[in-house]
Write a protein that binds this ligand. Sequence first.
Ligand SMILES: C[S@@+](CC[C@H](N)C(=O)[O-])C[C@H]1O[C@@H](n2cnc3c(N)ncnc32)[C@H](O)[C@@H]1O
Length: 332
Amino acid sequence: MKSMKETLHVPVLLQAAVAGLEVLPGSVVVDATLGGGGHTREILRRVSPGGSVIALDTDADALDHFRKAARSDEFLAKALAKRSLILVHKNYSLLGGVLEDEGIETVDAILADLGFSSDQIEDGERGFSFQKSGPLDMRLDQETELTAGTIVNTFSQGEIEKILREYGDESESRRIARAIVVAREKKPFVMTSELSEIIESAYPKGKRYRSVRPGSRQGSIHPATKTFQALRIAVNREFEHLEQFLSEAVKHLRPGGRLAVITFHSGEDRIVQQFFKKQIQGCICPPGFPLCRCGKKSILKILTKKPIAPDDQEVKDNPRSRSAKLRIAEKL
Ligand SMILES: C[S@@+](CC[C@H](N)C(=O)[O-])C[C@H]1O[C@@H](n2cnc3c(N)ncnc32)[C@H](O)[C@@H]1O
């Protein structure tokens, strides 16, 4: 285990995301995903003096870890003591309630850096990794009930197939779901390694490693990647929470305030893109209506026509950033 004083997580698109929020000294900002605290720290630096950051995480370990690390960081320790940095153990889908508890109606900017941190994936006991054997857990919040083990051991073949297809875009979802159901008849799954072995054996041989560069296994995708992603999304109801978060975020931004979201796979990015598009749409009355009857007004202005991606240097320094996409919008 790593020392509690440090995080393994390297923040992705740090400067682009924080600059995109356009915060100033005195701004009040939400970081919806504290993780290792890289973005939180940079935002806090930019809003000081006079501003504050409310940082949420659904994982109590992430908050504990950050609190411990902050003890040896004078800037963070002071901010926590005077509550210019407030840490909250809550799902970001509950953002409205968090702000209400703090007596805050609207904020100047909101950031969400989705998914999981390197600290979580590197801790085999959390069950996120097929490369480190551990229990089939995958819960970001240990207080929720559903685990990956429950899904693979008790859900029907059809339900498992649907999860893999819809949340993992897994083209071999049927084969894998079938192999899982056959294997669990002999022995229920306990460890991540048992699941990843079954997925690998179910995969058609020619497709096992789809290399990014032909002829090379460098950068190749392990056959369990998509299944693990899909199970994690299902266990944590990630898509549902993301949709709720986006609505809450727009409600609680002040006019002119900015929302920045970093996604790591197409399912998440699609939700953010579609949400932004819906919010820029104004009147939907049929053409020819002299006066608007629908009352629909556009609420957001999209500032990133194309999402911002990390440059080659960032991908080289931090390969985990390679699928990242940053989208930013401003409340009208
Ligand atoms: C990619 S990490 C954030 C890294 C962070 N920006 C940094 O610089 O260290 C994502 C974090 O979001 C948290 N998270 C995921 N889903 C969440 C949710 N629905 N509500 C709150 N936090 C969530 C995870 O527990 C994880 O710690």
